[in-house]
Design a protein around this ligand. Structure first.
Ligand SMILES: Nc1ncnc2c1ncn2[C@@H]1O[C@H](COP(=O)(O)OP(=O)(O)O)[C@@H](O)[C@H]1O
Ligand SMILES: [Mg+2]
Length: 340
């Protein structure tokens, strides 16, 4: 599909007064790098901050030919991202990234895991917990995580529990801070990420834990993701493409694609996180809709391994949105008698 110059709105969370200036800067930097890539593709751009209780932004959206959605929340509240995407869906303006269904489901890990399990896609056994109760059917070690968060929020070296006592204390702690608490069997073994743009799978990435401080669990904690230079950051090294055998590449690809098809509907872009058990069975940890798409994030590294530089990734994501938008308009013209 060749695309003429368009007016593309870049939608992002305006944040709230108590935001760390570091976070504000990161969001704006991401918006600026996307803007630069779109302009290199010949498009005009307009930055559209999203705020709660002020729908002016939707009027601006309505004046654009397409939207690049970078909203990861509204006023810093992650679950309001679902509402922002649902509002975009109602405008009929083509927008990048996942649909409101996908974003809403994937942001509740217990709901996504239930669907994946029902489809026979391997997910480590899990339970949705209430304060203080310890599940009987799960084998130790287990990991405790907030079900409605992402970006390793609530995950540190104490998340993996090996005793009932430690688990009870951890559940009480996590349940006291977040709404739903997930307890899941811990899968030892390699960790891989599989990126998708529409139906296209990108080269697999692996996280090497070889340099983790001795004695710590090989997991991607909050510090590993956000505390640059910390021992956990230095101990989690991405490798793209992952040095997997042909057979493991095939097995991981099959499971990741099945998960992306079910939860992501192969629309927008996403990243499936998996662990490979020592017997070679890949398990889905989560499907991330609209993962970080800044120029130094995992998805950009995977795209680079596919031969797409950053502007090519951004333009490909836009193109996928336009193709999807056109298909939708055709369907609505047929069934709802709306103009194409
Ligand atoms: N069942 C599990 N077995 C082993 N490690 C896990 C498991 N669940 C989560 N982890 C570790 O915790 C990290 C964060 O968990 P994940 O489910 O991907 O949530 P988030 O949305 O915070 O990224 C993973 O990257 C992985 O290292
Ligand atoms: Mg993850």
């Amino acid at each position: 599909m060749t695309v003429g110059p368009l007016k593309v709105g870049i939608v992002y969370d305006a944040g709230s007064g108590d935001w760390d200036p570091k976070d504000v800067k990161a969001v704006l930097q991401n918006a600026k790098s996307v803007e630069k890539a779109l302009r290199r593709g010949g498009h005009q751009t307009v930055l559209i901050p999203v705020r709660l209780a002020d729908v002016q932004w939707l009027t601006k959206v309505q004046r654009c030919d397409a939207i690049f959605n970078l909203c990861e929340g509204v006023n810093g509240i992650a679950r309001y991202e679902d509402y922002a995407v649902a509002a975009l869906d109602l405008t009929r303006v083509p927008f990048t990234g996942c649909t409101s269904w996908t974003v809403t489901i994937a942001h509740r890990k217990h709901v996504a895991n239930t669907l994946l399990t029902a489809r026979g896609i391997p997910v480590p056994p899990f339970a949705l917990m209430d304060r203080g109760t310890v599940p009987g059917h799960l084998k130790f070690p287990v990991i405790v995580k907030p079900s409605g968060e992402d970006a390793s929020v609530g995950i540190d070296s104490g998340s993996v529990c090996t005793t009932k006592k430690a688990l009870k204390e951890r559940i009480a702690k996590v349940a006291g801070m977040w709404e739903d608490t997930l307890v899941q069997e811990y899968v030892p073994g390699r960790e891989v990420n599989v990126g998708f743009v529409g139906s296209e799978m990108l080269p697999i990435s692996e996280i090497s834990f070889e340099k983790m401080p001795p004695g710590s669990w090989p997991i991607v904690t909050y510090a590993a993701k956000w505390d640059a230079g910390s021992p956990e950051d230095l101990g989690t090294v991405p490798m793209v493409p992952a040095p997997l055998s042909a057979e493991l590449t095939r097995r991981v690809g099959l499971v990741a694609r099945a998960a992306w098809r079910l939860i992501g509907q192969e629309k927008g872009y996403g990243r499936v996180d998996l662990r490979i058990a020592p017997d070679g069975q890949p398990y889905v940890l989560e499907v991330n809709p609209n993962p970080d798409i800044s120029d130094d994030a995992g998805l950009s590294r995977m795209a680079a391994a596919r031969g797409w530089d950053y502007p090519s990734l951004i333009l490909r994501v836009l193109e996928e949105a336009l193709e999807r938008g056109a298909r939708r308009r055709e369907a609505e013209a047929q069934y709802l008698k709306l103009p194409v």
